[in-house]
Design a protein around this ligand. Sequence first.
Ligand code: GAL
Length: 738
Amino acid sequence: MRIVQNMNTQWFYAPNFSEEYIYQNHVDKKIFKPVCLPHTNIELPYNYFDEADFQFVSCYKKQLFIPKEYKGKKIYLDFEGVMTYAKVYTNGKFVGEHKGGYTPFSIDITEVVRFEQKNMITVVVDSTERSEIPPFGGVIDYLTFGGIYREVSLRVVEPIFITDIFIKTPQVLDLKKIVELEISINNIEQEDLTLVCTLIRDRQEIQQKTQTIQQNVETVRIDNLEHIVLWDMDHPVLYKMVIELYQGEKKLDQVTEQFGFREAIFKKDGFYLNGKKVKLVGLNRHQSYPYVGYAMPKRAQQKDADILKNELGLNMVRTSHYPQSRHFLDRCDEIGLLVFEEIPGWQHIGDEEWQKQVLQDVKSMILRDRNRPSIVIWGVRINESSDHHELYTKTNEIARKLDPTRQTGGVRCIEKSEFLEDVYTMNDFIHSGGNKVLRDQKIVTGFDDYVPYMVTEYNGHMYPTKKFDQEERVLEHALRHARVQNASHMDDHMAGAIGWCAFDYNTHSDFGSGDKICYHGVMDMYRLPKFASYVYRSQKDPKTEIVLEPVTYWSRGDRNGGSITPFVILTNCDSIEFYYGGQSKGKYYPNKKDFAGLSHPPIIMDELSGYWGDRWNEASFVGYINDQEVIRRNFTHNPIPTELSVKADDDTIGMKELDVTRVVVEALDQCGNTMTFLDDPIYITVDGAGELIGPHSLSFIGGSIAFWVKNKGVEGDILIQVESQRFDKKEIMVKVVE
Ligand code: GAL
């Protein structure tokens, strides 16, 4: 039977490499320090670091005891992601290598392990930007960081085992459903092999099918399924298929795959999920975080999906520009967030060797993720590259062969580029304020007829905006997101639009604001909101969350000329009433004229009176739904630092594997509003069962900041203290449990 064992603790790491490390059967503790995975090869400052800092060769070692019971079985190390080039050794012998930091790989160590003994695994990790490996070779607007930054496991299987499972659900809209399985077995020379496939929902068996194996890739069809519930964005119902492999009576292997019944199609007139037209509203996500780059474990990965779907109310994400963590995608499956997944790359196409790697990336991405209901399209072009007939003919061919159930896309920014994919996916950066918001697809494609079409980026570098920028700028940033989404909703031949981007991210010096950050997010790198994020959030059904966010620092003089108009409120209320100095100034309604496409257009107040030199006063905004007051926001004209808010995302984290939670710190005034321009330092102390990630002293950025704490392998309480000059000390606790 298959054994899968996590191998993420008790690694040893040296931030350098010397040939002799490979042959050392011990760990030299003077050079190697204990670490857990996911691990970054170096912790970086938030900004202004040298982008060469993470580009070096490092070494990881781990002792692995292999019991005698594993004799006669096949033994693999499964790596989920190592940036960028890994060479693996066992007991000093080379056992395999992998190029590319975003795709998983397995190393067969069967022949070299010693039984009933400790075996030494050594991984040499080259995190330099090697030009023969995508995305490298040209310039790239993001950093790739380094290290064994995703999980590793040990897999022990019988010599005959299941190597792959592809689950298809054809004609899913018919009353009676079908599941079609393509199950690959490594070796069918043997006699008397059977498969038992059991369909399960919520631990309940629904149907079972047994079939004798005739070929390496065996097709098993289970049909006439009744009472199956479809997977969709509101009810992401997941099923499991348990596949057992028998030889005679002996069970050789068992694998469980999760999947959903759903149909996702891009048509000329938009995107359809289970036959229903859905306008796609999304943002691009980079998988990077402050300090640790890519190396964040499951909980942080899941949290990002939760932020996108539940906090911002999006229905789609693009994993720009590479396959992302399985934990992020698992969460997308679980919560019903649709995904556009794409291969690694950025504008540049390299030589033949490089292109071979691209084909391999397409293959690895699709084989890893083709059973996920959340993924509705594969990106099989290098983001924003020029046409390459030969390469993209091949990437499309591979994608269609490995997964005939999904359409392909390929993100471009050049008009009239060659259309070899199923969906024309375009980065449309035409909007730079003013009236031009999105291009007509026929202008982009140059075709006479419509094709399936989706906008995969907008805004971004056209209007980089920091959380604490001047009010006029943060307002225009928000309005640009609103205008593009509005235009996308008004265009029936557009499946939807995915904005650039969800979170600010570290980048190379060729891009960004000179401090190694692209401030393109609707949230900052800590996932804290800018006003633009409320454009999305305020589109949520008020039954889920009532949103009322005036785009203001509530001051007389932050905008040019002492103006406060246009005063914009992002809300899903029917109307708001504005009180100034305690007096009602009337009711205001969503601007349906300029934002007819949005479910909840912004409220725009153009005629607020007052001049530079007038007294400034307090304000209240009262939100109404069905004539009932449902929410109220108060703003003082005289904000005083009143409360230091310190909140952890989770009360409890796990103990066994690396686990983290984010702690958000905010400087609040007497009305509970963030004090945007307060940039005092805070001092963080973390004691007990956890440790701080990143520096102990931080400054507020735009009145708020966050940090992550991690467990350290023991049960107990993590005590977190935050001190600052102007607020009382705050203490919170996070529990670490088994
Ligand atoms: C696009 C690119 C993104 C990002 C964005 C900034 O051209 O695909 O990766 O650089 O511009 O707006």
